[in-house]
Design a protein around this ligand. Structure first.
Ligand code: ATP
Ligand code: MG
Length: 433
């Protein structure tokens, strides 16, 4: 069906059919131009009024912007045309007419607020700079998958409707499952751990996570995409190595394959973060934040890093960095403590200077310790029997992490709002489209 030539591929001296959206019609009197836009770019269609059939000229010049048209004609060289070529039409068919009033201007001449843009994402993604974000996102995911393959991982898909939560009860979305209460999964954490004890050993998943967080922030979504990794016979330092490799591979993929999109976004100076992300212990991190003098109140042992603290530290370090050796009490039950100091966990976070990208750690794989951890966190181990049971049948030491895909895109491209990195975001206000 698609026998057309893309705008970018139209060769002078050939007959071609181009098809796409009417970006603009410019009538200069004796001569007029219709700028046609498709996935590949734009091409000019020229109407010389005296030399062409009146019907053809009328149809071409009266069509509303953003209508879909199909043009057959001859491609000619034209220095003054934006792409150096133009189509002299033999025929023009209006394939799908657009209303004259558009809720959003895809040419970008009229600004729209984010909410209007999200309500009309189809039109919004006709803009080069918006389309570029999602092409980069797709490339990022491709590069990440390739890196996981190089690391010897198998891609898995785990359930998103579950019987219990893992990260504490308040952030769960309940659903009705054939009359029973169930929840949308907050994280594939337990499932991916169960797979390192299987014959697969080293796995990854790219999938949705659901968090019923009440707050509306520029870096939280209620449905996000998590890039998860888990490996048998890994400790937390191995997991950090893998994490750095995956994040850098994502940047490398984009740098290598998205030059045009980066230019569209004004990011010509895009660069891959240097290897060997610094690893600061939690203790060093809080001392360093306190030394910046930027916090109203000094951090003390056991405090989580507030947004202000993350910013102060990020500015001070000035690149991606890990925070390691968190106090056990602030990390979830499945994170393993250091053998020589139960107050210290093997949990780590990977930070971009502006926000948290990843949480990970070595996992508690010893059955008795795991059950104790559940109890300490106020969770009923019985509800998790499907999980804990497998720790009695040969569960190797293992480690892993979860990386927020939207946060990666957001920080990579310097987007101000995480919603810019999702086609159809879910937040407090937004349930459709
Ligand atoms: P934060 O403290 O920033 O809210 P978190 O510590 O609650 O994040 P984790 O449970 O550690 O998040 O999840 C692992 C990663 O998943 C985070 O580092 C982040 O990149 C991503 N992530 C988690 N929750 C969200 C969310 N609501 N929106 C977007 N990304 C998220
Ligand atoms: Mg975290």
């Amino acid at each position: 069906m698609d026998d057309r030539t893309y705008a970018a591929d139209a060769e002078p001296g050939t007959d071609a059919t181009v098809a796409g959206w009417v970006h603009e019609v410019r009538d200069l009197g004796g001569i007029a131009f219709l700028i046609l836009r498709d996935k590949s770019g734009k091409i000019q269609v020229k109407f010389e009024k005296d030399e062409m059939d009146d019907d053809l000229v009328d149809t071409g010049l009266s069509v509303h912007r953003e209508s879909v048209v199909r043009v057959e004609g001859t491609v000619e060289e034209e220095e003054r045309a934006p792409t150096g070529v133009e189509v002299v039409p033999d025929s023009l068919e209006v394939v799908a007419e657009a209303d004259p009033e558009l809720p959003l201007d895809p040419s970008g001449k009229v600004d729209a607020d984010l909410s209007t843009r999200l309500d009309n994402r189809t039109l919004d993604l006709r803009k080069e700079e918006v389309k570029a974000i999602f092409q980069i996102r797709a490339e990022m995911l491709r590069a990440v998958r390739e890196q996981f393959r190089d690391l010897g991982c198998t891609e898995i898909n785990t359930p998103k409707i579950v019987a219990t939560g893992t990260e504490g009860g308040t952030e769960l979305f309940p659903v009705t499952y054939f009359g029973r209460e169930a929840f949308m999964n907050q994280s594939p954490q337990l499932f991916k751990q169960l797979m390192v004890g299987s014959g697969l050993e080293r796995v990854f998943e790219v999938g949705p996570i659901f968090r019923a967080e009440e707050h509306n922030t520029p870096r939280h979504l209620n449905e996000a995409t998590s890039i998860d990794f888990e490996s048998a016979f890994y400790d937390h330092t191995d997991a950090m190595d893998a994490c750095e490799a995956v994040v850098r591979a994502a940047y490398e993929g984009v740098a290598e394959n998205c030059a045009e999109e980066l230019e569209t976004l004004g990011l010509e100076d895009f660069s891959v973060p240097e290897a060997d992300f610094p690893r600061l212990s939690y203790q060093e991190a809080i001392e360093r934040v306190n030394a910046t003098g930027k916090l109203d109140e000094q951090l003390v042992w056991g405090d989580d890093l507030s947004t202000e603290a993350e910013h102060a530290l990020g500015e001070d370090v000035g690149r991606h960095y890990f925070v390691t050796d968190w106090p056990s009490e602030v990390k979830p039950f499945y994170i393993k403590d250091h053998d020589d100091d139960p107050e210290l966990s093997t949990g780590f976070d990977l930070m971009h200077p502006s926000l948290e990208l990843v949480s990970g750690g070595q996992r508690e794989h010893r059955y008795e310790h795991l059950i104790e951890g559940f109890e300490q966190q106020g969770l009923e181990p019985e509800a998790f029997e499907y999980y804990t049971k497998m720790f009695r049948y040969g569960m190797p030491p293992h480690a892993g992490w979860g990386l927020g895909a939207e946060r990666l895109v957001m920080t990579m491209l310097g987007l101000e709002n995480i919603r810019e990195a999702v086609i159809f975001p879910r937040d407090r206000q937004r349930l459709s489209p």
